[in-house]
Design a protein around this ligand. Structure first.
Ligand code: C2E
Ligand code: CA
Ligand code: CA
Length: 862
């Protein structure tokens, strides 16, 4: 329990004690002063009471006596008393006539010697209380004293409240008492005696009795004797002390309550005042003492801690000069405390490696008397450098003024080394994560981060150049990967050199690079930079003494005040790059709105193509080929058509380029092949006996044995199946597998035809190697046939070559009668073109064939 509570409790108890004492003293004082007064008052009341009662008794007796005196003075009684006994009877009569009150028992007439002369009984056999002698004594004393008035003798009665009296009245004659008339009488005094009143009990008593009761009564309760006048007896009053005490007690308790109530106010005030003037100051004193004690403990602990601390602690004066140091300081620095006292720690501990800026910062803080934290290099006494984390704070006096400094430092050399190693490792990892290890250029992630940063910075312009090396694969394949790596490094050097300081050149794939231009640069700047890069990249490089050459295509995209995501921007640059490649490589293309629309359209088309493959919405149309000599049906070419759900029947120029980009042409070819074969099977079964059907395929597809296996699963006899491959197949170097498959196909009875011969890669050697069954002259050579002599010569030459090599020749694009005539004259074997029929679906073909009649080869020549 806190001491001030104890004090408060004691104070309260003391006040309560004082209060009780005050109330008790007041009560005692009242008690002692009131008791005698009370007693006195009671006594006075008793005396008054007794006096009036005594008077009452006297009056009562006097009234009775008066009546008796009249009797005693009657002549009959007087005569009788002096010896005239003749009147005896008359006396008796006279006596009997006395109007007596109840209680008169007998009357006796006695002579002057006390001799009873006659007695008159008022009641028969009334009990006698007094002896006859007493009557005589009373009579004699009256005579002797010559009394004029009556005398009384009293004796207690057995009836409570009654008293027996002997009343002696003198019988006088000529001024002398000659005898006495004695009455015996019981008087009812119940209104006066034997009554217990609030002040006491009163009795009649003879002198003797009264005397006795006075002797017996104790001193505290003296009985009160009041003589009854004219008589020899007394009214004795025994006061009731209990009653007095009860009154006293009542007074005391009333006093106690009122004093108690009255004293509550002064004592309450005293209590409050006492608390404020004693307990509260005491409590404050106690609190401050407790604080002081805690402070002392704290100080002791602090002293202990600083002694044991592993951190070096120094206390300096206001100028920063050491006045105290702990043992750890000596341990860390190697200096004894007395060696540094009066010196500035910086002057002793800091050296050449210490960062002067940091030093100045600390000095400034001390000058300005404010706290400072620092990490700084120190030197031990032996000159070993070590790093510390230093915290300096001013100590403030009661006025908030700095008067000293305390400096705490801990050795963080190990942590710092660790932190630095970690930072190095982190930087290394970050660098690796963001850079291409081969060229050292930022990588794809780095580019993304940079793009994000530009976006976040709210820059309005973002310009990108996407770069793809042309023929890089060729360098890799012919000169080896080392050469490939060399080229990549050279290119990255060129890009880094030509790109501005605020541009970012990154390698984002095998031979793909991106330059992200600085914020204020536009598409024109990008184009200029791209063209410079192109010139530099196309220059011949030398790898291990051997020349190598690459080119590059550039796609530029720029976002100007447009809300375009980075990925969209990259895609746009990609689209531009594809355009550049499409334009024949080594060019720069800039992304445009049109390109954007194309890209979107292409994207939609691509999705639709993929869906159409799943739904097999592709089907073959058939274009007849006519025998130039007979004019009969020489065969059919299956040409793909797409029954588009909304756009109707689409021709290959609409979707094949995209299908090539998606690499799904072989899937389309398979659908066309399967559906075409089914149609032929059906037509043959219908009795048409078709001579040949040609399918356009990608050369690569011929390597797949599944193609021929699937085809052979149909029963198509007598129809010959031919595969048309583009003329380019003639110049491409073909694998032995390809050649093997071609031979196999031929053996299996398939025909191989070279399509679009003369369109660009017409190779005689290629023709000789492949030795196809037929070659189809490109329609671009056929169209001008009627106008251009040169075209005619060219076509004639091709027909000649075919003849020389034993290869059938087909002319495509035969649109007119004239075309047909010229070609037939030149010796062309087969004719195909709108002149005969446009490509048609299976149903139309059926009708066409019916119109033509079967078989056709024997039909008339044109
Ligand atoms: P292609 O193989 O040279 O086919 C001949 C093209 O010339 C066809 O166009 C045909 O309709 C058109 N043609 C025929 N006679 C005439 C004529 O008198 N005048 C003119 N102006 N054109 C004529 P189509 O059907 O649009 O096919 C275009 C190209 O699409 C084909 O050229 C072929 O290279 C490719 N192709 C068509 N179907 C397939 C296929 O199923 N698979 C593959 N891989 N390519 C196909
Ligand atoms: Ca064709
Ligand atoms: Ca063709």
């Amino acid at each position: 329990m806190p001491l001030h509570f104890e004090l408060g409790r004691r104070f309260f108890i003391l006040t309560l004690f004082g209060y009780s004492l005050a109330v008790a003293s007041a009560v005692l004082a009242v008690h002692f002063t009131s008791q005698p007064i009370l007693k006195k008052m009671q006594r006075e009341a008793l005396i008054d009471h007794a006096a009036s009662n005594a008077q009452n008794v006297e009056i009562r007796l006097a009234r009775i006596t008066q009546a008796l005196t009249v009797v005693a003075r009657s002549p009959e009684v007087i005569n009788y008393a002096i010896g005239d006994f003749s009147s005896s009877e008359r006396v008796k009569d006279f006596l009997s006539s006395i109007d007596v009150e109840d209680g008169l028992r007998r009357a006796t007439v006695l002579d002057f010697l006390g001799t009873p002369l006659t007695t008159y009984e008022f009641e028969a056999d009334a009990p006698t209380t007094f002896l006859p002698v007493e009557l005589s004594v009373a009579a004699v004393s009256v005579v002797k004293e010559n009394a004029e008035k009556a005398t009384y003798v009293y004796r207690p009665s057995e009836t409570p409240g009654h008293a027996n009296f002997l009343i002696t009245v003198p019988i006088r004659w000529r001024g002398m008492a000659e005898g006495a008339l004695v009455f015996e009488r019981s008087i009812d005094l119940s209104q006066i005696v034997d009554i217990k009143t609030t002040i006491g009990t009163q009795k009649l008593a003879t002198r003797f009795q009264a005397q006795m009761s006075k002797v017996w009564g104790d001193e505290k309760n003296p009985t009160l004797m009041t003589p009854i006048p004219q008589t020899s007896f007394f009214l004795v009053l025994e006061p009731d002390q209990e009653a007095v005490r009860a009154i006293g007690n009542e007074i005391v308790s009333t006093v106690m309550i009122s004093v108690g109530l009255i004293l509550i106010i002064p004592f309450g005030l005293m209590c409050g005042a006492g608390y404020h003037s004693l307990v509260a100051p005491h409590k404050a004193l106690q609190d401050s003492r407790e604080q002081l004690r805690r402070k002392q403990v704290e100080l002791r602990e602090l002293a202990e801690i600083s002694q044991r601390s592993n951190d070096a602690i120094t206390v300096t004066d206001i100028e920063g000069k050491v006045i105290w140091g702990n043992p750890a300081f000596s341990e860390v620095t190697g200096y004894e405390i007395h060696e540094v006292i009066g010196k500035r720690p910086g002057d002793v501990l800091q050296g050449t490696g210490t960062d002067p800026e940091e030093r100045d910062r600390i000095s400034a803080a001390i000058r300005e008397r404010r706290p400072v934290r620092s990490e700084i290099l120190n030197y031990t006494r032996e000159g070993r450098p070590y790093w510390i984390a230093l915290s300096i704070a001013p100590l403030l006096d009661d006025h908030g003024e700095a008067y000293r400094f305390v400096a705490i430092s801990s050795d963080i050399t190990a942590q710092r080394a660790q932190k630095e190693a970690m930072l190095r490792a982190k930087r290394e990892i970050e660098y690796q994560a963001l850079h291409d290890p081969l060229t050292g250029l930022p990588n794809r992630r780095s580019l993304d981060v940079e793009l994000e940063a530009i976006c976040a910075a709210g820059s309005e312009t973002r310009t990108l150049i996407r770069i793809d090396l042309d023929h890089f694969k060729y360098v890799n394949d012919t000169l080896g990967h080392a050469a490939g790596d060399f080229v990549l490094i050279e290119v990255s050097k060129i890009l880094t050199k030509l790109a501005g300081n605020d541009d970012l050149a990154a390698r984002v794939g095998g031979d793909e690079f991106v330059i992200l231009l600085g914020a204020d640069k536009q598409a024109e700047d990008a184009r200029r930079l791209a063209e410079e890069c192109l010139v530099a990249i196309r220059k011949e490089m030398e790898f291990e003494g051997r020349p190598c050459r690459v080119g590059a295509s550039f796609g530029i995209a720029s976002a100007n005040n447009e809300i375009v995501s980075n990925s969209t921007l990259l895609l746009a640059a990609d689209a531009a790059l594809y355009l550049a490649k499409d334009r024949g490589r080594n060019t720069v293309a800039t992304y445009s709105q049109k390109m954007h629309a194309d890209v979107i359209e292409k994207r939609v088309l691509a999705a639709e193509i993929e869906q159409a493959i799943v739904e097999e919405s592709f089907e073959p149309f058939f274009q007849p080929q006519i025998d130039a000599k007979t004019g009969g049906l020489a065969g059919l070419e299956a040409l793909v058509r797409w029954r588009h759900p909304t756009r109707g029947v689409l021709t290959p120029d609409v979707f094949l380029p995209v299908a090539y980009q998606l690499s799904v042409v072989d899937a389309i070819d398979k659908i066309v092949l399967t559906k075409g074969l089914k149609t032929i099977e059906k037509l043959n079964r219908a009795g048409h006996q078709l001579p040949k059907i040609s399918f356009n395929v990608v050369a690569k597809q011929l390597e797949d044995p599944a193609l021929s296996d699937m085809t052979l699963s149909y029963n198509l006899a007598p129809t010959i199946i031919a595969f048309e491959v583009l003329e380019s197949v003639l110049i491409e170097e073909q694998s032995t597998e390809f050649k093997f498959q071609i031979d196999r196909l031929k053996e299996q009875g398939f025909h191989i035809e070279v399509d679009d011969f003369g369109s660009g890669h017409a190779s005689i050697i290629g023709l000789m190697h492949l030795s196809p069954n037929a070659m189809k002259i490109d329609q671009r050579l056929i169209f001008p046939l009627t106008e251009l002599g040169s075209a005619r010569q060219m076509v004639r030459a091709i027909i000649e070559i075919g003849k020389a090599l034993g290869i059938q020749v087909t002319a495509e694009g035969v649109e007119s009668e004239e075309h047909a005539r010229i070609l037939a004259a030149m010796g062309c074997d087969t004719l195909q073109g709108f002149h005969y029929a446009k490509p048609m679906d299976a149903q139309d073909l059926d009708a066409f064939l019916k119109r033509q009649g079967v078989p056709q080869r024997t039909a008339n020549a044109i």
